[in-house]
Ligand binder design. Structure first.
Ligand code: FAD
Length: 333
């Protein structure tokens, strides 16, 4: 076992790479944090023939990549991945382990934390370092009614899962050089209690909500599914994407992929148009990085109106109809 390090580890989640670049986002934030704490930024990759991911992680900021490559790791296996991660962490003793809050990450990280006898903050929406050098993990808590800042003063490693879309990856640098540490894969990896029957890749959205330059967000105030559809036309005209609040998703006006908020996606557009949305914290927690916000609401006192750069007191449906007409006229003429 080596001495405890200040290193920050990022788990390499490569499954839905082009749809979900969470690993690169975490590497970018880890670099900023390591700047303060002085540790190295390391990626950990388990799989088979993973050389392309190793290069990719180095090009995006990893200084060291721990690699376990073996046919037994061809697919994600929760038991095997957990055992490997725990063994590695016990050997190299990183200060922090960050995992994307993806379906797999949400299953994997708690198991690793339990086995390492440390804490885990799930679904973080922010990571910082405090004056004592501790990782400040910001996460919604108490049913989303509070945003908590959590530190792990004693146990190590500090562990967090982090929502995709919160941090921005650094540009790919093909010249970057990193150290690669090959990890031997033991022959007695634990068997799985779950049998994978089949997998199916979801078709990618035309543009990811997290990456969209323009986001049109609709809430219950749009009134009906038919009226909500106008937002898609508006988004098409503005080359943007449509986001939705939870009641809208529950009502089936938009698919769950469109949910913006603490239970959904975090957006950072140049322009956000918020239509018929009250501005509950569970929603606004995920729009704070928008450059310019236009809110449309019948109620001038709605929280969303106070948060916006421009607040339009109007019927959201009529506003959208008028904007669509104006945009079409402009395109024609
Ligand atoms: C644990 C938990 C997690 C949650 N996670 C999320 C999440 O991730 N994302 C999320 O969005 N919510 C989430 N919620 C729900 C959240 O608390 C709010 O209930 C939700 O955001 C409200 O959605 P809304 O603004 O569309 O609806 P409402 O709060 O009902 O607001 C509708 C707004 O429309 C306005 N309005 C009405 N008619 C018109 C009109 N004709 N024209 C213009 N304006 C009009 C009203 O004045 C009002 O301001 C969560 C809640 C919990 C408890």
């Amino acid at each position: 076992m080596t001495a405890a390090s200040k290193d920050i580890w990022v788990f390499g989640d490569w499954r839905n790479y082009f749809q979900n670049r969470i690993t690169l986002q975490l590497l970018a934030r880890a670099r900023e944090l390591a700047h303060i704490t002085g540790g190295r930024v390391c990626a950990v990759v388990f799989g088979q023939d993973v050389a392309e991911w190793v290069d990719e992680y180095i090009a995006h900021g990893a200084q060291t990549v721990y690699v376990a490559s073996d046919p037994a790791l061809y697919r994600y296996r929760i038991g095997a991945f957990t055992a490997l991660m725990v063994g590695l962490a016990e050997q190299y003793r990183p200060e922090t382990i960050l995992v994307g809050a993806t379906g797999f990450g949400r299953e994997f990280a708690p198991k690793v934390a339990k086995r390492l006898n440390t804490g885990l903050t799930a679904d973080c929406i922010g990571l910082d370092i405090d004056a004592d050098g501790l990782l400040v993990q910001t996460a919604p808590s108490f049913g989303g009614n509070l945003i908590a800042k959590i530190v792990t003063p004693q146990s190590r490693p500090q562990m967090a899962t982090v929502r995709p879309g919160i941090f921005q990856e650094i540009p790919h640098n093909a010249e970057a050089i990193g150290e690669v540490v090959e990890i031997p894969v033991p022959g007695d990896l634990p068997g799985e209690r779950v049998r994978l029957v089949s997998t199916q890749k979801q078709p990618p959205r035309e543009q990811r909500l997290e990456d969209a330059r323009v986001v049109i967000c609709g809430g219950r105030g749009m009134g009906s599914k038919a009226k909500f559809k106008k937002l898609f036309e508006l988004a098409r005209l503005m080359e943007g994407e449509v986001g939705a609040t939870r009641p809208v998703v529950y009502a089936g006006w938009a698919d769950p992929e469109a949910l913006v908020g603490q239970a959904g996606r975090h957006v950072r557009p140049q322009v956000l148009i918020s239509c018929g949305i009250s501005g509950a914290i569970q929603h606004t927690a995920a729009i704070g990085d928008a450059d310019f916000v236009i809110a449309v609401n019948k109620n001038e006192n709605a929280t969303m109106m106070r948060l916006a750069d421009v607040a339009v007191v109007a019927d959201a449906n009529q506003f959208c109809t008028a904007l669509i007409r104006a945009l079409k006229e402009r395109l024609r003429g």
